[in-house]
Design a protein around this ligand. Structure first.
Ligand code: GRF
Length: 201
């Protein structure tokens, strides 16, 4: 049976595009809905261009609103791909262990409230860390705390800026997230990936 996936995104949606590229017609998972808290999110345009249903949340803090939309589209798995707000606890408890998030650092380092986008990479560079990467994890009631399903590592290079590091990490996100979704579809629920995805030179 095909796993029905909803993707929530607040921004440009390159992770959504990576997922849509991998999930071809005969894939075991299909993106049936793209949700956003912002009506101008690039992710919504990408979805519409491919005929994927889109919904803009009127009140992203309303569990009832989320659940009505997820139920109506018969969603099995919710993927947060650059979704910048907290998912209401009522949604987390109803979709327990069926919500995954991609984070642009090696959790548990450089996660938590306020740690998103450029700030993550600035913090990594300021710390002097020699490597960074991407993490896909289960979502629970606390930002960036749920069980890790997969990580991919990249080196931090001399002269890196938040932008160059972000681009290196994003390339890993684009491989890691589809791999986790495909593994979830095969198992019927999200599972840890057996191997870490390494960066390509
Ligand atoms: C990604 O780096 C994701 O990890 C972070 O926000 C960025 C979203 O990028 N949370 P995109 O919207 O998928 O292009």
């Amino acid at each position: 049976m095909t796993m029905r996936v909803a993707v929530a995104a607040s921004g440009r949606g390159s992770n959504l595009e990576a997922l849509l590229r991998v999930l071809e017609a005969d894939a075991p998972a299909r993106v049936v809905l793209v949700l956003s808290n912002r009506s101008d999110a690039g992710a919504l345009s990408s979805a519409r261009a491919l005929g994927v249903a889109t919904e803009v949340l009127d009140d992203p803090s309303s569990a009832d609103e989320w659940l009505e939309r997820l139920t109506r589209h018969r969603v099995d798995l919710l993927v947060l791909a650059g979704y910048l707000k907290l998912v209401p606890p009522g949604v987390v408890s109803r979709y327990r262990d069926r919500i995954v998030n991609v984070h642009p650092a090696l959790l548990p380092a450089f996660g938590g409230p306020g740690m998103y986008g450029r700030r993550v990479h600035e913090a990594v560079l300021a710390s002097g860390a020699r490597e960074s990467g991407a993490t896909v994890h289960l979502v629970d009631e606390v930002y960036d705390r749920g069980a890790v399903l997969a990580q991919g590592r990249v080196p931090v290079l001399p002269g890196d800026t938040p932008e160059t590091l972000a681009a290196r990490v994003l390339a890993v996100e684009h491989r890691l997230l589809p791999a986790v979704v495909l593994a979830a579809a095969a198992a019927g629920h999200p599972v840890p990936l057996p191997e870490t995805v390494e960066s390509t030179p």
